[in-house]
Design a binder for this molecule. Structure first.
Ligand SMILES: Cc1cc2nc3c(=O)[nH]c(=O)nc-3n(C[C@H](O)[C@H](O)[C@H](O)COP(=O)(O)O)c2cc1C
Length: 391
């Protein structure tokens, strides 16, 4: 049986991927910050909610389709932006974009990605969303917006939870840095993982050279071994609601804010003219000790007018997890690590299998819940997972 055949769930993919990736790549993909509390809580919180399924409902014609920003998507799952995915698979950004396009789900290009966004747009009929790491500087933002406008990006996602780099102690211990440095430790790590060295490292170097900061600012930037002009995080700590309002006046496409956890920020986002928000703690990679995005979701949904898209990411590993978020009012659930595990294990086929697992689990569990469409996935179908003793 092949590695890919052995993977029946996202957790199976994670187990296999951890074996293949050098420790520094594993640390980068899988790790959180400080004590890993935000990451742990995001994964754990899914188990705090249980289902109360309905029976005897005809579910032979069910559909998990969702309509968002004028597009019909096949299911309420999309690919979250993941920077530096080139260290997981050769031209991983392109593979993710194509797999998402074929599965009819949204794909968000990371601002820290390597395949030029114009090429990703070309490969997907110009359907990619783009995630920006913005400096608090309107002149610099304006130049990036020009590029995005020319590339016909339909949805701009501004990440708001990375005003400074977080404390990733695990990466310091593994000698993993941004910009990327080939330390003796990293070289040894690669040598101990020959499959990765051959399929990813060598193939990338020989095929397209050192990956670049291709999509951070208005031009293709330097290789990821060098700091981009103005620094990778330059002026991000100056970004404010004034910039969001300025972007709204100057950006004709859809505008989404990613990385909100507080209902008041959702209200501000709506007032500033955003078209949607993504509730997220950055996969536990920024502030440690956060509540889970799933816990934050209901307050955010309650804070904005009905119909305003509230999306969520962080810790979603099963179709059942996705349906819990839908029951709590999410319009879309994004995943970050799952498709990277797929890429590490099986390249294109691995990414596609992870996507198919989500699709099939959602379809099966909708039937078992008695739901023919996502509109049927309502809050009455879930409850806190605990036994209440009668008084
Ligand atoms: C390897 C990796 C790279 C990421 N890079 C970015 C990024 O460039 N921009 C961003 O907004 N979020 C980034 N994220 C966060 C994801 O977009 C998303 O919020 C998170 O991964 C969701 O949690 P999950 O991995 O448990 O699904 C990254 C996450 C991972 C795992």
């Amino acid at each position: 049986m092949s590695r890919l055949d052995r993977c029946l769930s996202v957790r199976d993919f994670e187990r296999e991927a951890r074996r293949i990736m050098p420790r520094c790549v594993e640390g980068y993909v899988c790790g959180g910050t400080e004590d890993g509390a935000s990451l742990r809580e995001s994964l754990r919180a899914q188990h705090d909610i249980g289902f109360k399924p309905r029976g005897l409902r005809v579910v032979d014609q069910r559909s998990s389709q969702v309509s968002l920003f004028g597009e019909q998507y096949a299911m309420p799952v999309g690919f979250a932006p993941t920077g530096f995915s080139a260290i997981v698979m050769h031209e991983c950004d392109l593979a993710l974009a194509r797999a998402a396009q074929d599965a009819r789900i949204p794909f968000i290009i990371s601002g820290a990605s390597s395949v030029p966004l114009e090429r990703l747009q070309e490969a997907t009929g110009k359907r990619c969303w783009y995630q920006a790491y913005l400096p608090g500087n309107t002149d610099r933002i304006a130049k990036l917006l020009d590029r995005l406008r020319r590339a016909e990006i339909p949805v701009l996602v501004v990440t708001i939870d990375t005003c400074v780099g977080a404390n990733r102690e695990n990466l310091q211990k593994l000698a993993f840095t941004v910009p990327f440095k080939l330390s003796p430790r990293v070289v040894l790590d690669g040598m101990l993982h020959p499959r990765w060295s051959l399929n990813v490292f060598m193939r990338t170097l020989l095929g397209s050279g050192v990956p670049r900061f291709s999509n951070l600012y208005e031009d293709i930037g330097p290789p990821i071994t060098q700091d981009p002009p103005n620094g990778f995080r330059g002026e991000r700590d100056k970004l404010s609601w004034d910039h969001i309002r300025w972007i709204r006046r100057n950006w004709p496409g859809k505008l989404v804010l990613k990385g909100l956890m507080h209902a008041d920020d959702a209200r501000l986002a709506h007032e500033a003219g955003a078209d949607g928000v993504i509730v997220s703690n950055h996969g536990g990679r920024q502030l440690d000790g956060c509540i889970s995005p799933l816990q934050a979701l209901p307050d955010v949904v309650a804070a904005v007018p009905a119909g305003f898209p509230v999306m969520v990411d962080g810790g979603f590993r099963r179709g059942a997890d996705v349906l819990k978020a839908v029951a709590l009012g999410a319009s879309m659930v994004f995943t970050g690590r799952p498709q990277l595990f797929g890429a590490a294990v099986g390249g294109n086929a691995g990414i596609r299998k992870v996507t198919e697992i989500f699709r099939s689990e959602i379809s099966t569990n909708m039937a078992l819940l008695g739901c023919g469409s996502l509109a049927d996935v309502t809050p009455d179908l879930i409850a806190p997972m605990r036994v209440a003793c009668p008084a």
